[in-house]
Write a protein that binds this ligand. Sequence first.
Ligand SMILES: *Cc1c(COP(=O)(O)O)cnc(C)c1O
Length: 215
Amino acid sequence: MSLSDIRARISAAEKEVGRAAGSVSLIAVSKEQPEARVLPVLEAGHRIFGENRVQEAAGKWPDWVARFGPLDLHLLGPLQTNKTRQAMELFQTIHSLDRPKLARRFAQLAQELGQCPELFVQVNTGAEPQKAGVLPQDADAFIADARALDLPVIGVMCIPPLEDDPAPHFRQLAEIGARNGLRALSMGMSGDFEIAIAHGATHVRVGSAIFGARK
Ligand SMILES: *Cc1c(COP(=O)(O)O)cnc(C)c1O
């Protein structure tokens, strides 16, 4: 697989379900990938990347931003409250807003910095104890609270349980987004992004299918 193959598969999936060409953003998930695999994707003109950890991203992306110009960086992994400032300075979008304390920290820093990345509320659609995200039944209230803090919440995000059919999870996330008036849906990874697109994904997060398996 490669970037152009994945782009072609996204276009085909959009067409298949009658969605407009270009309605899905491809986030190339570069976590844990060596520079030799990431540079060709930057050189091919791709500008949207995803990372899981603030520390890892801070160690490599400032150089690449200096070299390639403004990029669109997305934080996908859980965010510790004490790394919020660093995350806000590095990322344009954060997909892991998942608890009131973090929402309050974003609000406080948004005041101080005069800006805030766009935010997705992560929903733990599988109610897995080890996984981040608000429970589906708590999502509406949490989204309302985040909005009351003036946070720029643009959508919802989920990571279905590994062993489940992802479709019901994508459907549930789409319903949560729709009833809260949130247009952006961050769902779908290497193994299931076409199914996610069929269920309305606006942002797919694809790592290994572009870059190869992680170590
Ligand atoms: C690693 C990761 C991805 C990409 O996974 P692949 O299976 O390599 O496409 C997507 N989303 C999140 C939240 C991840 O942690």
